[in-house]
Design a protein around this ligand. Sequence first.
Ligand code: AP5
Ligand code: MG
Length: 210
Amino acid sequence: MKLLFLGPPGAGKGTQAISVCKKYSLVHIATGDIFRKEFSEKSKLGVLAKSYMDKGDLVPNDITIKMVKKRLSQDDCVNGFVLDGFPRDVSQAESLEKICAIDYVVEIHCPDEQIVERLEGRLVCKCGATYNIVTNSPKVCGICDECGDRLYQRDDDKSEAIRKRLEIYHGTTEPLIAFYKLKGKYIMINGMQSIDGVFNSIVSELSRKF
Ligand code: AP5
Ligand code: MG
């Protein structure tokens, strides 16, 4: 399975990608997570990416596309993957087509009002696990269930950056829905269900396709 997860910030792409990858033994490739890891290692790429991310802007395409191309060329990708957060515009989608063929694009559909609530309550861990103080809290307050590390809030989960990310999503990323619909590769999932409900919907759609 070669899948793309598409949706506005906070729709649940990362949350679902982790569970879907576990179920089908796929590799989770999240461009935002790669940039955050690079920044935690203080690499030149990470520091540059962070200057865009904190404002809610997209990292320039030349940097992002090169990074994804390199990641997809690694051996672990041959058995399938979920791309989470890439492509984010038509130019990235066209570049991806030159790298490999995607089977399906899963849009997790979620209205803007819900996004703000989810992002303001989100807590994340360096290991990639994601929680929410309202809907998905860790067993021990502020501590990751998976690795025991301390949870933190993302720097771009502030109201001004959230507003900008939503604006970019609707203006630049959403047109990808029409792009993939035309190719007959589009699956829409109602993101306004519980986390388990969204997961079951994705699995049920995938079981019909594969
Ligand atoms: P990225 O990390 O991809 O952020 P994003 O797209 O804004 O999406 P999020 O990670 O914020 O949300 P999500 O959909 O993964 O939701 P989550 O599962 O966490 O990108 C960050 C930045 O990096 C970009 O702004 C850009 O600068 C740069 N970047 C990345 N890719 C790029 C690219 N291709 N090109 C250029 N720049 C790029 O869930 C959110 C919260 O809701 C959590 O608290 C979760 O527990 C909760 N939740 C999830 N599902 C449910 C549910 N069903 N019900 C209730 N709560 C739920
Ligand atoms: Mg995410």
